[in-house]
Structure formats: C-alpha cells, structure tokens
Design a binder for this molecule. Sequence first.
Ligand code: CA
Length: 227
Amino acid sequence: MKPNVLVVEDEDALATLLGYNLEKEGFAPTLVSDGEEALIAVEERMPDVVVLDWMLPKVSGVEVCRRLRSKRETRNVPIIMLTARGEETDRVRGLETGADDYIVKPFSMTELMARIRAVLRRIRPGLAADKLKHGDIILDRVAHRVQRAGREIHLGPTEYRLLEHLMQYPGRVFSREQLLDAVWGSDVYVEMRTVDVHVGRLRKSLIAEGEVDPIRTVRSAGYSLQG
Ligand code: CA
C-alpha cells in the first residue's frame, strides 16, 4: 500500500508540484486547499502523513494541527508544517503547534521527500519491523507466528493479515472498506460483512478465558486495536 499523503496548500502551483513529486516518489497524494477541507479529508480517509501549510484560508494550519492532535484517532498522525520565511517561525521552530517537523519555503522537493520518509520511519517503525508487539500479543513476520501471553495462536491467512494490519496502526480506526482494501486488496470483490466474519474469527482465536478483547468495535465506523 502506498503511503497516503494529505497535502494542505492554498497556492495552486505549489500544490500541483507537490502532488506530482509525491506521486513520482511512490506516495498517494490527496490535495486540498484550505483547513476546512483538510479536516473533512481526514475524516474520509486517514492519511499516513499530513503536509500542512501554515497560512491557510478558513481554518489556519495551526488550528488544523491542534484539532488533529486533540482527537484520539488522529493524535499520532505525522504532520510536517510548511511555512514562509518570517512567518512566526519561532513558534513553529519550537513545534509548539504539535507538528512533527517543519520546512521553510522555498524548499527543494528532495528535502521535503526526505523529511516525509524520516517522519514515517520514526512514527511508524512497525512498517519495517520483523516483530510487532501490542500488549501481550507478538506477531513475528519472519516466522509467520503469533503468540499471546506466551501461547501459540493459530490463525488463518486472512486473520493473520488482518491482525498484522491492525498492529501496524494501533489505536487507529479502520472502516470495513479500508480493511477490505488493505487486507483483501481493492480489486477483489468481497462483501462488507466478510470483514465482520473474519474479525470475529480473529477474536475467537486471540481471546482465552478471562483475557481482554484487544479489538475495539467502533459503532458505525469500524474496528481498531485498543490503543
Ligand atoms: Ca498559504
């Protein structure tokens, strides 16, 4: 899956250039031009990284940042702030806004791509790790084994991929549609309730007598691994 980058930039020329370069570098960019649209876009599809301009019409970049940080679902999404030289850089520099990084305009595309890769590596090491750990659950990607509290868990291939996906993004809520795309692939036709069936099987395999359910069902939204 290509990392989804949400670009929030009101300068059309720069937004187009960013979109072009992100695609070329293997990212899936979504472009929006103001803060209000940014908040809607995040609700529709959770980005892997947000590239956020500081000065934006309607809702400012700082406000977008603050709102993303205050919600459980978006609290950990990496944010790179774009600022013009002299635009309150001291506050941005201190990253008081809650951004993970910032870059001053004009910047080179190479530099921005490097920053995006750096935040992805730092914030989602799970994408590259051999072993994923969540509470007492360990998923070993090399040996293709899952253990909970020291006991071996036997999972079918779909339940394994489902668990692996959820463990890469603990706390993040996925809709059934997003899980279908990530686990089954977007070109396969599967009914939405198939997801529920497999989540049910995964739970059954994972939970022994007296253990807590690690998977949270979010009413009308989907599923997430308890953060
Ligand atoms: Ca701007």
